[in-house]
Design a binder for this molecule. Structure first.
Ligand code: SF4
Ligand code: SF4
Length: 334
């Protein structure tokens, strides 16, 4: 497979599952926190973060500068008769979303940890400085390196479960927080790489029509929390990390585990003091024993809580009181 480093510094062994810190997220003093948050919001205004961007390494600025909304029209058609058939499946740089990993693992009837070890390599989402899994290419010693799922004759062998980036291509998905708006908005952009002749075909469609045809809605919906995390982390990154502090290695490992390996995250939830610390509806707890999508959603909410101090998760009252007492003690109060 790809010559890239296959050892994964973000994976943890089953024995490495640790108990959560019962004191909850660290709360910097309030005035500084408010000032830093104001600076982050300022930095975030109009900041574009490309989330899904399937561009081959070495391609020269193929991204078209126009921000597209759902109603925008563009000219493109991909079919087996194009001269560039499968060209886009070589040497491509594909970040797998959390839902990609679930879908593809199910296709092979394996669990995500085995899928990750077999078909992906660890990397970083640079804009946010957070770890992600990328799809492996097969090393062909000097020639073009095909995607691990490409059959040169038949094409994509996982077509029905292909990753979001492959569905979106030649579109990309980005998020932007407009000045004065509360939440980020999605928009799309067109990628025009010279090898892709689909742009010369005479079919025209709107972005929405293309998205429907490619079945990306469910991906965007289930990956929403992950997209929000990348987006928010990118805006903090320009200020050196959340409240001016770079994320520590342990939190990055947690992020990777929770967003790529539901079994490891499930063990973390059920085999540590996690459920003693957080106030979670017992029915929900029952569901996440088997429901990977629900567990993923909980993982995103929990990460927002521990990384950004968001109120997406609540500590149990005694744990909260203990955390407040500890914070007061550290601040020299009573
Ligand atoms: S998953 Fe399929 S469509 Fe995507 S790069 Fe690989 S072979 Fe191509
Ligand atoms: S038209 Fe573009 S997307 Fe389709 S096979 Fe060719 S390079 Fe890939």
């Amino acid at each position: 497979m790809s010559g890239k480093d296959q050892t994964n510094p973000f994976l943890r062994s089953p024995n490495e599952v640790e108990a959560p810190d019962e004191s909850g997220p660290v709360a910097p003093d309030e005035a500084r926190l408010a000032e830093e948050e104001r600076r982050r919001r300022e930095a975030e205004a109009d900041m574009e973060v490309a989330i899904i961007e399937n561009v081959r390494e070495g391609s020269e600025t193929p991204v078209q500068p126009t921000r597209l909304k759902g109603s925008h029209r563009f000219q493109f058609r991909c079919h087996k008769g194009v001269s560039c058939w499968n060209e886009c499946c070589y040497d491509t740089n594909i970040t797998l979303t959390p839902f990609d990993i679930l879908r593809l693992s199910r296709r092979f009837d394996i669990r995500p940890a085995e899928f990750l070890a077999t078909y992906t390599y660890p990397s970083m989402f640079d804009r946010a400085d957070l770890p992600v899994a990328k799809l492996s290419m097969i090393d062909s010693e000097g020639g073009k390196n095909p995607c691990v799922f490409l059959d040169p004759e038949a094409g994509c062998t996982v077509y029905e479960d292909r990753p979001a980036a492959c569905r979106y291509y030649p579109l990309g998905l980005a998020s932007v927080k407009m000045k004065g708006h509360e939440s980020p908005e999605d928009f799309y952009f067109l990628v025009k790489e010279p090898h892709c002749k689909g742009h010369l075909e005479d079919k025209e469609q709107t972005v929405d029509e293309f998205r429907r045809e490619q079945g990306v809605d469910i991906y965007d919906r289930l990956n929403r929390g992950w997209i929000d995390l990348l987006m928010k982390m990118a805006s903090w990154k320009v200020l050196g990390g959340p409240w001016g502090r770079e994320l520590d290695k342990r939190t990055k490992k947690m992020f990777f585990m929770a967003t790529t390996d539901p079994d490891a995250f499930r063990r973390f939830v059920f085999e540590t003091k996690f459920l003693d610390a957080y106030d979670i509806d017992p029915e929900f707890v029952e569901r996440i024993k088997t429901d990977d999508e629900m567990l993923l959603k909980m993982a995103f909410d929990w990460l927002k809580h521990i990384i950004f101090n968001e109120e997406t998760f609540a500590l149990k009252e005694p744990v909260l009181q203990k955390a407040i007492a500890k914070a007061r003690e550290e601040a020299g109060g009573v």
